[in-house]
Design a protein around this ligand. Structure first.
Ligand SMILES: *[C@@H]1O[C@H](CO)[C@@H](O)[C@H](O)[C@H]1NC(C)=O
Ligand SMILES: *[C@@H]1O[C@H](CO)[C@@H](O)[C@H](O)[C@H]1NC(C)=O
Ligand SMILES: *[C@@H]1O[C@H](CO)[C@@H](O)[C@H](O)[C@H]1NC(C)=O
Ligand SMILES: *[C@@H]1O[C@H](CO)[C@@H](O)[C@H](O)[C@H]1NC(C)=O
Ligand SMILES: *[C@@H]1O[C@H](CO)[C@@H](O)[C@H](O)[C@H]1NC(C)=O
Ligand SMILES: *[C@@H]1O[C@H](CO)[C@@H](O)[C@H](O)[C@H]1NC(C)=O
Length: 847
């Protein structure tokens, strides 16, 4: 039946308003065109919001009508505004025209109320309304109540017309008309799409009808409280079940608009209220908050979601998923990063229709991420749904103004190709992912060396403030944001009196122990060696810095102990250990390509946060695969950023002069030459990490022939020949999509640019990696559909190369029950492809 196709055009509209000096944001707007007509009224009418609607008598130039029109009015009626008390009634076609001062977006608002009158029964009136060639209403009847229809049209002509045509033997009527300019940035043509394959352009060519505009979690906002005269309704009647959500609100004045996001998009009062998860305070809430909105599925809709984090106490604590039409629209929305601050306004647009599998009621859902880090909660502040005109330029029915019909468009065959292209990145449950039992024995491997390096080597102090933390236990409560204080005795107990068997790593700074606190919570305890260069003051300063860094993709500091001049840091425990162990050297099950991409994306997010997030300007300085740790769920987190330097801003460029530190094979050549560290040095090292992930070999392997020793040099040679697939991890051959691999390799190559200025930012790298992930997901989905079809048609299905697994909510593979019990095993390397690769090397070397 219906073909499920998913498309989310994701685009953030960032109006680029350039004005010198003063901030470019403004919540006032003076419309160049502003026509307000109170039809059928003998005199002008002033609304509570002070807008003056002129009477038809004084505005005859706008109306062109051959027949005898009827003015009807009543003194009192049960209507919200006085403009509904009068109407103009036509028995044949009538046209209003308005001269336009400025092209661009315009609101058209049509107000209808069947004024009780003896001359005509307006409740029975049936008529069509067309603006230029756009059908606004087709054979429309008002019924008994009052109605306002709002449209947003891009006017390109000098004149705008609105034509009322009654059906045969009926009448048409109108109570009031607004034609008012709207700001250009309200809807932009192309979004800055995070998801390139789903970029939608041409939005400024469409016309829109407002279907829903909800001030989620807050009261109705009347038109006088919105600079653009919009009305925002309450959302409660669409919330199902009601108790899933809980309303929260703050003072509108605390809402901030990031520089280029204008308050015209939505007033502060919209962002100042929200629905959060109903009982988010219970342990591990796991449900969605759902709004169900009836829509006509023969149309395409623009869904605009408004967010501002008004619930979190600190940045980087809240991440949640957003679904539209039952499909994942935003995975792990990180408002701290995208909006830059708490209570900061942010919105995102999605284009959906039935050929993407979106049915009526259209569901908008928010729900928690299934990951340990951060608070489990979710919120939504505002919701708008606009209907988009169909191919015959109608917003009502399938007939165009010229009588052409849109024809059968639902779930057409053409949509299948679409499904292949776009379906993937929403992560449907059917995706097959290679899965092996998780290794349990990495702890014994003691391969943790790198994150045990001294967190501060003591050459220069990178924190200006040397404030002492005060003395001992109890002095620093968690409200000071310094993490938790542990007593020495507590940690002694957690590590069974620093038992050697609890050591998971050894470094210059001291040992790292695996400990258990609070009846079973595992933690990594890094105990400084008293002989270490680092002084207690620096240690304390550092705790202050580290405890400010909170991000889903950074290993977080839980607390510390500085009793008896001890220097002990307590970190969250990353049960799957370093990424490197899963790539080579440890005989752990190989990771499928999709999972490798997700890990790289996670690590890139962590670095991006260090470089640009709220803690800004931190250079990691030692990015490598042993510093990317994996938690229970294989979520990647950057570790050892304690080594980092705060980049000071010199001549507009952030760098620190320093003695060269870092790890061989990852070192930025420019940093080596100039001894100046910039965030682009991290980008270089990350490029090496990407190659390591693709090729599953060490950055430096002295055992190999000379030209192969340095991975970056060697792989780039192959990349230039476009033959990277010859040297990639042979276990990936079956699984990897070559387009995805190409995109990934391009990103790696750019990272490895000789000069920092030529290298991308981590944000750009992230974008490319996400693209690579979409390509991989699309191909996995196509593959699984092929297999399904093969099964359905009776053909023997292709034998999967690894046990299939189902995919959990947020795209993480979960082992299926029968696999969990299997012993851990290593993915067998495909002998043939392995040999083939080897031959290629031999040939190359022989030349
Ligand atoms: C309106 O459409 C025209 C072309 O059809 C386009 O050039 C213009 O940018 C659009 N206006 C806005 C405000 O998007
Ligand atoms: C939640 O909504 C109720 C009813 O609309 C209102 O009385 C209450 O003040 C709201 N609470 C918050 C925190 O906004
Ligand atoms: C939330 O909604 C999405 C989309 O409808 C669904 O896939 C997911 O299972 C839901 N999550 C929960 C916890 O119900
Ligand atoms: C809406 O109408 C415009 C103008 O006729 C057309 O270019 C555009 O493709 C239509 N939109 C859709 C989604 O069909
Ligand atoms: C759904 O939207 C896409 C992209 O805007 C469009 O190509 C497709 O024709 C639409 N399908 C229907 C049934 O309108
Ligand atoms: C540990 O468990 C005991 C008994 O179950 C309980 O009384 C105690 O509060 C727990 N301690 C912590 C820190 O959770």
């Amino acid at each position: 039946m219906a073909i499920l196709v998913v498309l989310f055009s994701v685009f953030i509209v960032v109006p680029s308003v350039s004005s010198a000096g003063a901030p470019a944001k403004s919540d006032s707007f003076t419309p160049p065109d502003n026509y307000l007509l109170d039809c059928g009224s003998p005199q002008q009418t002033t609304l509570p919001d002070k807008r003056v609607f002129l009477s038809d008598q004084n505005s005859k130039e706008h109306i062109n009508y051959e027949g005898k029109d009827l003015q009807v009015s009543v003194d009192k009626a049960d209507v919200p505004l006085p403009i509904y008390r009068s109407a103009k009634v036509f028995s044949s076609e009538a046209t209003y025209t308005f001269g336009m001062n400025k092209a661009g977006w315009h609101w058209i608002r049509l107000h209808f109320f069947p004024v009780p009158t003896n001359d005509a029964n307006l409740q029975q009136s049936k008529f069509t309304v067309v603006s230029d060639s756009l059908v606004l209403l087709h054979e429309f009847s008002v019924g008994s109540g009052w109605v306002m229809k709002e449209y947003l049209v891009n006017v390109t002509n000098k004149q705008l017309s609105i034509k009322f045509t009654p059906v045969k033997d009926s009448t048409a009527f109108i109570n009031a008309i607004e034609v008012v300019s709207a700001p250009d940035m309200l809807i932009s043509d192309v979004g800055n799409s995070l998801v390139p394959v789903a970029q939608t352009s041409g939005l400024s060519q469409n016309s829109y009808q407002t279907i829903y505009r909800l001030n989620v979690g807050g009261p109705k906002i009347e038109s006088q409280s919105d600079t653009l005269g919009r009305t925002w309704s309450e959302d409660i009647k669409y919330l199902k079940p009601e108790n899933a959500g809980k309303n929260v609100s703050v003072e509108p004045k605390v809402i901030i608009y990031p520089d280029r996001n204008s308050p015209l998009i939505a007033p502060a009062s919209v962002y100042a209220s929200a629905m959060e998860m109903g009982d988010s305070n219970t342990v591990g809430p796991n449900f969605n908050v759902t709004w169900s909105l009836d829509v006509d599925t023969s149309f395409t809709y623009l869904v605009r979601l408004h967010f501002a984090d008004i619930v979190s106490k600190s940045l980087n604590d809240l991440y949640f998923n957003v679904y539209v039409g039952g499909k994942k629209a935003i995975s792990g929305l990180d408002l701290s990063t995208v909006a830059g601050d708490l209570a900061s306004a942010y919105y995102k647009d999605f284009v959906v229709n039935s050929s993407m599998g979106v049915n009526s009621p259209l569901k908008v859902q928010i729900g928690p991420m299934n990951e340990a880090a951060g608070t489990k909660n979710a919120l939504l502040n505002g919701l708008e749904v606009f209907k988009i005109n169909n191919s015959v330029n109608s917003l009502d029915g399938e007939f165009g103004a010229d009588g052409k019909t849109a024809g059968p468009s639902r779930g057409s065959v053409a949509a299948v190709g679409f499904a292949m292209m776009f379906g993937a990145f929403v992560g449907l449950g059917a995706m097959a992912v290679k899965w092996q039992k998780r290794p349990q024995d990495w702890q014994k491997s003691k391969s943790f060396s790198s994150w045990l390096l001294p967190i501060h080597a003591g050459d220069t102090s990178f924190m200006s403030s040397k404030t002492s933390l005060g003395s001992r236990k109890g002095a620093y409560s968690s409200t000071m944001g310094l993490g938790r204080f542990f007593s020495f005795a507590e940690l002694q107990e957690a590590t069974k009196n620093w038992d050697a068997s609890a050591i998971v790593g050894v470094g210059g700074f001291g040992n790292v122990y695996l400990g258990e606190i609070d009846n079973g919570t595992k933690v990594a305890i890094k105990r400084g060696n008293p002989q270490s260069e680092q002084g207690i003051n620096e240690f304390q300063t550092e705790i202050q810095m580290l405890s400010k860094l909170r991000h889903r993709h950074l290993v977080s500091l839980i607390g510390y102990c500085d009793e008896n001049d001890e220097m002990i840091l307590v970190y969250e425990y990353m049960s799957n250990g370093p990424l490197r162990d899963h790539l080579y050297g440890k005989n752990l099950p190989t990771l499928p390509w999709k999972q490798r991409l997700e890990i790289c994306i996670g690590a890139a997010r962590g670095l991006h946060y260090l470089h640009t997030g709220s803690a800004q300007g931190i250079i990691h300085r030692d990015v490598k695969t042993t510093n990317i740790l994996l938690d229970d769920n294989f979520v990647a987190k950057m570790a050892d950023f304690g080594l980092s330097k705060d980049g000071s801003n010199v001549e507009g460029q952030a760098y620190v002069s320093t003695a060269v530190k870092g790890s061989f094979g990852y070192l930025d050549p420019e940093y080596f030459r100039k001894q100046q560290l910039t965030d682009k040095s991290d980008v270089y090292s990350f490029g090496v990490v990407l190659l390591e992930v693709l090729c599953a070999r060490a950055a430096i392997n002295p055992a190999l022939p000379r030209e192969q020793v340095n991975l970056a040099e060697w792989a780039l040679q192959w990349k230039r020949k476009d033959l990277l697939d010859k040297i990639m991890d042979p276990t990936l051959v079956e699984d990897i999509n070559l387009e995805s691999m190409k995109k990934f390799a391009e990103a790696a190559e750019k990272c490895l640019g000789e000069y920092g200025v030529d290298r991308p930012t981590m944000g750009d790298v992230l974008w490319n990696l996400e693209h690579a992930l979409q390509l991989q997901e699309a191909s996995l989905k196509a593959k699984s559909e092929e297999e399904n079809n093969a099964v359905a048609s009776g053909a023997s299905p292709a034998v999967p190369s690894a046990p299939a697994a189902t995919t959990s909510l947020d795209n993480r593979p979960v082992p299926s029950p029968q696999q969990t019990n299997k012993p851990a095993q290593v993915d067998p390397i495909d002998e043939h492809s392995g040999t083939a690769v080897f031959k290629q090397f031999a040939e190359l070397n022989g030349r």
